[in-house]
Ligand binder design. Structure first.
Ligand code: NAD
Length: 541
């Protein structure tokens, strides 16, 4: 086929609002009911085939942990090795497939997700991740965006060619996939990340072993099925659920390991990096290590900020999806002069928030993901109740009898380095620190130095000088910095996402910066009339 094809320029997927009276809302409620009432059996997918081991795990609803909606088969060592083999077998053909056909598979998957499976997928994400319809919908739409925008960026990368070829030569650049397989390890909190981590490297011609997070195997499996329906060839992506440590051990010792695409906690990522370092002599190629990790994201309020805008951003940023976003607001710096009006409005608004299971669409807040997350969040709350340097000023109640429910909780810290101002909690817990208005710059520096992370942050101010100062002093405090906006909800193609420091390698998911990590370019120079004599003119008599 001859032609320099163009990938269609994407637009962000529009959001379904599920407002009362709409047919989409009725369909959503019906899908939610059906998912609750059936039990899905989830095999491993190795080399395009379903593999069952009968070592079973259960998929339970976070907001109703007595309800089992699926069982999944866990891989043992044998299946992990088989998955690596299947990937390596598929590699040659996948690499040779014309790039336009390769990308077409993901564009088709985006269409299937956008039309045929949209409402079903929203319902799956609501139940499996415990999200309200809006949170589920922006998550699913983000995955569609990832597929469409990444296809577009891949094409842009392929078009990036050497600037110049002097007469008689032709310089070209080939963007080869890495020599080996990629290990994709997503977190529980977003289906968009679940689907993006294995597919971004695959789009660039790589083969992948995808290990989803234990709590959300169900939703990740549906994405795998959609990719297969879209025509993903057998073995290109292998879906392997199981003990993370065991899988990691096998993967990191394999000579064909060529890269890891990780999103999750800082501690797990550091462990991977160490394992890769220890095994470095085994590999054929230096592996690419891409990881987006934790955050301790802030809202910094200047005395010139507008109260309703600030409060709305803090509430949405801190408590949407129960604070289980890497970008969630978990510390806020508030000037003394605004503390009273801000707190008065915040308390009033928080009192209107309803918490409960996802099938009741009036709930804004749902459950946290599982029992161990519940325990770890509750521990921070209980410690704060006893602490002298801090006080729980809102919420602080929790109940795991039916689902893992934790009330939106606000802690006021009197010590700006109190533990909940520093550590990632990953739950609906916000800590506020009230500072003296005249200590704005000093407190900005404090904000910069308080936590090891550097993911997201926001400044609220109307005074331009104050914004300039915040942008400068907080230069390395956030890879995604917001001015008068909440620091969550980055959109593919608009705000490429990621941070540095302990927050990751900052390879910006949803942009060419990420895709470029999954290729190893080959420069090709062709000489049309090569010289026939080694002597240069200076050697002349
Ligand atoms: P996690 O680190 O517990 O798990 C992430 C993944 O790693 C899961 O698939 C898990 O099974 C796997 N894993 C755990 N131990 C492993 C091991 N020893 N070897 C191999 N794999 C292992 O994180 P989580 O609880 O799923 O997600 C929450 C974390 O993710 C938070 O820290 C959050 O900030 C972070 N996160 C970051 C971003 C970002 O873009 N920076 C986005 C979403 C989530």
């Amino acid at each position: 086929m001859a032609g320099v094809f163009k990938v269609p320029k994407p637009k962000n997927e529009p959001i379904i609002d599920y407002a009362p009276g709409t047919p989409e809302r009725e369909k959503l409620l019906e899908e939610l009911r059906k998912i609750r009432e059936t039990r899905l059996e989830i095999p491993l997918i190795i080399g395009g085939k379903e593999v069952k081991t009968d070592d079973l795990g259960e998929c339970r609803l976070p907001h109703d942990h007595g309800t089992v909606i699926g069982v999944y088969h866990r891989a043992g060592e044998e299946e992990v090795k088989a998955a690596i083999e299947a990937a390596m077998e598929a590699r040659e053909k996948w690499m040779e497939m014309p790039w336009d056909h390769r990308l077409a598979i993901f564009l088709k998957a985006a269409e299937l997700m956008s039309k045929k499976y949209r409402i079903y997928m929203d319902a799956v994400v609501m139940h499996v991740h415990s999200k309200n319809p809006f949170q589920a919908e922006i998550d699913v739409a983000e995955l569609i965006d990832f597929w469409r925008f990444n296809a577009y960026y891949a094409w842009k990368i392929y078009g990036e060619q050497p600037e110049y070829s002097p007469t008689g030569t032709w310089n070209r650049m080939e963007y080869r996939p890495l020599e080996g397989f990629i290990f994709a390890v997503p977190p529980f909190n977003f289906i968009s990340i679940g689907g993006n981590l294995p597919t971004a490297p695959a789009m660039m011609g790589n083969v992948v072993l995808w290990k989803p997070s234990r709590t959300v195997v169900y939703s990740n499996y549906i994405v795998m099925k959609i990719l297969m329906e879209a025509g993903l060839p057998a073995g290109v992506i292998n879906f392997v659920v199981g003990n993370s440590r065991m899988i990691g051990d096998i993967v990191f010792k394999d000579p064909n390991f060529a890269g890891v695409h990780f999103t999750g906690s800082t501690a797990v990522f550091k462990g991977m990096w160490k394992a890769i370092g220890e095994n470095i002599d085994r590999y054929r190629t230096y592996p690419r290590i891409v990881g987006e990790t934790g955050g301790k994201d802030f809202v910094f309020v200047h005395s010139s900020a507008k109260v309703p805008e600030t409060v709305t951003a803090i509430i949405r940023g801190a408590f949407e999806y129960q604070g289980q976003k890497c970008s969630a607001v978990s510390r806020a710096y508030i000037p003394e002069s605004l503390w009273e009006p801000i707190w008065e409005m915040m308390e009033r608004e928080l009192n209107t928030i309803k918490m409960g299971p996802v099938d009741d669409l009036s709930n804004f807040v749902n459950a946290v993901i599982d029992g161990s997350a519940f325990k770890s969040i509750v521990r921070y709350i209980e410690e704060a109740k006893k602490a002298e340097e801090a006080e729980v000023i809102y919420g602080g109640n929790y109940d795991d009898s039916r689902g893992y429910f934790i009330e939106p909780t606000v802690i006021r810290a009197y010590d700006p380095k109190y533990v909940t101002m520093v550590e990632e909690i990953f739950g609906p817990v916000l800590t506020v620190y009230v500072y003296e208005d005249e200590k704005y710059e000093e407190t900005l520096k404090l904000c910069d130095e308080t936590s090891p992370y550097g993911l997201t942050g926001a400044v609220f101010a109307t005074d331009r000088e104050a914004i300039v100062k915040a942008e400068r002093i907080l230069r390395h405090a956030a890879g995604n910095f917001y001015i008068n906006d909440k620091p969550t909800g980055a959109i593919v193609g608009q705000q490429p996402f990621g941070g540095s420091r302990a927050s990751g390698t900052n390879d910006k998911a949803g942009s060419w910066l990420n895709l470029i990590r999954w290729v190893t370019p080959r420069t090709i120079k062709e000489n049309f009339l090569p010289p026939e004599d080694y002597r240069y003119p200076f050697l002349g008599e």
